[in-house]
Design a protein around this ligand. Structure first.
Ligand SMILES: C[S@@+](CC[C@H](N)C(=O)[O-])C[C@H]1O[C@@H](n2cnc3c(N)ncnc32)[C@H](O)[C@@H]1O
Length: 371
């Protein structure tokens, strides 16, 4: 019988923000590790051992102004990172509501991030009271999620957990919002091009190896780990972004290996788990036999030399026949960027992925590349 999704109301943040003392302590320790990565970046930079590819740049340059701030203040992912580093229990327990930099959606106000000022301070204690004034019927993304999920294997039908202040319309036991929909779009594309079914099959006999460059708060990695538990997922990002990703994934996947890389030349182990790597350690990372490399909504925001450096890493790490999945917008505020031309300097054979399930893709043009 076809799936009949049932709307069960809306999940507000107070109901999804329980964080135990142990979870809070773990996150504090993680943030200490992130401070170490940033200190190491500073030291290596001042010794002249890191080049420009090591610094946040392009759209992630912390001095870059957001065009939509009406008071012209400089706000960015660093604003959110600074909030996180206050190590305030109330902020950490609602970390998802401070993650707008990654999806471009301001979950806290249920609006595209470009329609709102950046969240610059701790949300008020009675934030849910205000949220109740914003919430109406499920938005379009909930319908899109359900239509798409209905055409995909049942094993893909889940959402982010009711944790870290996740908010959204409750459908069956899922919490749906524009954020959830955007990650399902990628899962759908990876399914339709045959990659996910092949990796699921392979994971029955061996640990699948996936590397994601620019992993944000860990949204896609969360979906992939749920779908392929027998996987080693290597996440490469700026230390400031790894602060979100590692705090999030280590909490929602307790009891499995979460390794934060703190040295150059790191060999990624074989078994299942997560490995977190600073962008500046990526060039020397040893991650052979990759089954899949991923970049979404991120390379188009980087400098060409960063893209080329990552493509070289992908080229030397993909197993024979394995592919690079990339979904980015063809345009960028770094107006001159030609992403396809930059990637083509290293990788070959770009193929567009067509979806028979999603009529209009929302998060950029999906392509597969070969080494
Ligand atoms: C718009 S977010 C997209 C995040 C995630 N891929 C997603 O689609 O939800 C861009 C990501 O690229 C990361 N990023 C920016 N510059 C980077 C660099 N030089 N190396 C690795 N990641 C970088 C950011 O920190 C951020 O996590």
């Amino acid at each position: 019988m076809a799936w009949q999704p049932r709307l069960n109301g809306f999940l507000f943040s107070d109901a999804s923000s329980a964080l135990s003392q142990q979870e809070f302590d773990n996150i504090n320790a993680i943030l200490g590790g992130i401070e170490g990565l940033i200190a190491r970046r500073q030291a290596l930079t001042s010794e002249g051992r890191l080049d420009a590819t090591a610094q946040p740049s392009g759209n992630w340059d912390p001095t870059k102004k957001q065009v939509y701030e009406i008071d012209a203040q400089t706000t960015s992912f660093m604003t959110s990172f600074a909030l996180l580093m206050q190590r305030d229990y109330d902020i950490l327990k609602k970390l998802r509501l401070y993650s707008q930099a990654f999806s471009g959606y301001q979950l806290a106000t249920l609006a595209p991030a470009v329609h709102r000022p950046w969240i610059r301070e701790k949300l008020p204690a009675d934030y849910d009271r205000f949220l109740r004034m914003l919430v109406g019927n499920p938005d379009e993304s909930v319908h899109k999620f359900c239509n798409t999920a209905n055409q995909l294997p049942e094993a893909y039908r889940f959402s982010f957990p009711a944790k870290f202040g996740e908010i959204g319309w409750i459908v069956d036991d899922m919490v749906l919002s524009k954020d959830t929909w955007m990650y399902l779009e990628r899962i759908c594309l990876l399914h339709e091009c045959g990659i996910l079914p092949a990796l699921i099959e392979k994971s029955k006999t061996t640990t699948v190896r996936i590397m994601e460059i620019g992993s944000g708060f860990g949204g896609l990695a969360y979906f992939l780990k749920r779908i392929i538990p027998n996987s080693r997922i290597v996440l490469i990002d700026l230390p400031e972004s790894l602060a979100f990703c590692l705090s999030y994934l280590a909490t929602v996947f307790p009891g499995i290996s979460h390794a934060l890389v703190t040295t150059a030349d790191y060999p990624v182990p074989e078994g299942p788990g997560f490995t977190y790597v600073s962008n500046y350690d990526a060039p020397s990372l040893q991650v052979p036999n990759l089954d899949l490399a991923i970049n979404t909504l991120s390379m188009a925001e980087m400098e060409d030399e960063q893209i080329i450096s990552y493509c070289k890493l992908i080229q030397r790490s993909l197993a024979p026949g394995a592919q690079f999945f990339e979904q980015n917008f063809g345009f960028s505020t770094n107006a001159t960027k030609n992403l396809v031309a930059a990637i083509s300097q290293v990788l070959t054979n770009p193929r567009l992925i067509q979806s028979a399930i999603i009529p209009t893709l929302e998060k950029g043009t999906p392509r597969l590349w070969s080494a």
